[in-house]
Design a protein around this ligand. Sequence first.
Ligand SMILES: Nc1ncnc2c1ncn2[C@@H]1O[C@H](COP(=O)(O)OP(=O)(O)OP(=O)(O)O)[C@@H](O)[C@H]1O
Length: 357
Amino acid sequence: MSIQIDIQKKLQGFHLDLSLHTEASILGILGASGSGKSMLLKCIAGLVKPDSGCIEINKRTFFSSHAHINLKPRDRKTGYVFQNYALFPHLTVRENIAFGLHRKRDDQETNLITLISKLHLNGLEHKYPSQISGGQQQRVALARALATNPDMLLLDEPFSALDEHLRKEMIKEMAQYLSLFKVKTLYVTHQMDEAYYLCDDIAVIKQGQIDSISHKTTLFTNPLTLESAKITGCKNFSKFDIAASQKIICKDWGIELPMCLQAPAASTKCSTLGIRNHHLKCVDASTASRASNQIQGWISDIVKMPTQSTLYVKFNRPPSGPEDYHVQLDVPHEKRAQIKEMIFVEFPTDRLLFLED
Ligand SMILES: Nc1ncnc2c1ncn2[C@@H]1O[C@H](COP(=O)(O)OP(=O)(O)OP(=O)(O)O)[C@@H](O)[C@H]1O
């Protein structure tokens, strides 16, 4: 799929100014709430008209302010699954799926039967949306989007209305459908696990602009920007300087770390250091080697979850309360730890992320 998008749209209090160029078959769009993900899909589908710019998908121009082209939504051949599915409540499952088909032709009838079967909707054809489950409604919405044989699927947080268990089930199903139907897909979500599981490349969108675009493994292992690190789950950040003594001064944490290979040159735009919770290690004071990457700290809070606990740790002096901490790290659920206990936090320096703001 070739996507060439350069668009601008000004709304009250929000400015979409977005440049996106990719050949990915399934592109994830990951971003915080209000970052402009849905607006991007609406511009591609033709539901919102940009103020200026161009949208070219698979070499077809959908929109060009310069050439005065603005294809009607139905001429763009995109299938759209909305956040809340937007099924018609007064139409049955079958009528909802067939809604986008203009004329009843034999091949369309066959296509409809195939879709109903492939999306496991047999037996539900004559039910109304209110009579089927959330997961089934989601499949009907997907079937309706696929019924017109679109060149491209636009999926806008298709699982946001589902509970966590069903969401996980539906992610697996969706992966099967996407590989079965082989439609080029733009997949909007703010859930990093969905984007990672379903997409090849992922674009991170921040305040109406593309922050980064990369293969998913690169995004998760080596994010280059603060926003990409945050949206992929990194929780510990500090501004930093490289000292003449070849130490990394972590200004917000008030500590120094030994130099590492991936540390950037002085001229770099990177100004924030990050490290993921699960890369930090908790070392008991009795077993700490006091190596230069093991930093003394005190536990300010402990949050126990079913499979792990999160320790909140303050450096340099004991914390004044649970909110007073510098980093958080995950430890096995069984780990014995106490608030105010002194521990050492080990920073594997090869895991440090150097990020642009
Ligand atoms: N019709 C509109 N008029 C004015 N502002 C709008 C309109 N639609 C959306 N916005 C604003 O545009 C911004 C981007 O909205 P958008 O729906 O694209 O966000 P999003 O990233 O999809 O968020 P979410 O994950 O919460 O759905 C928001 O600040 C929103 O308030």
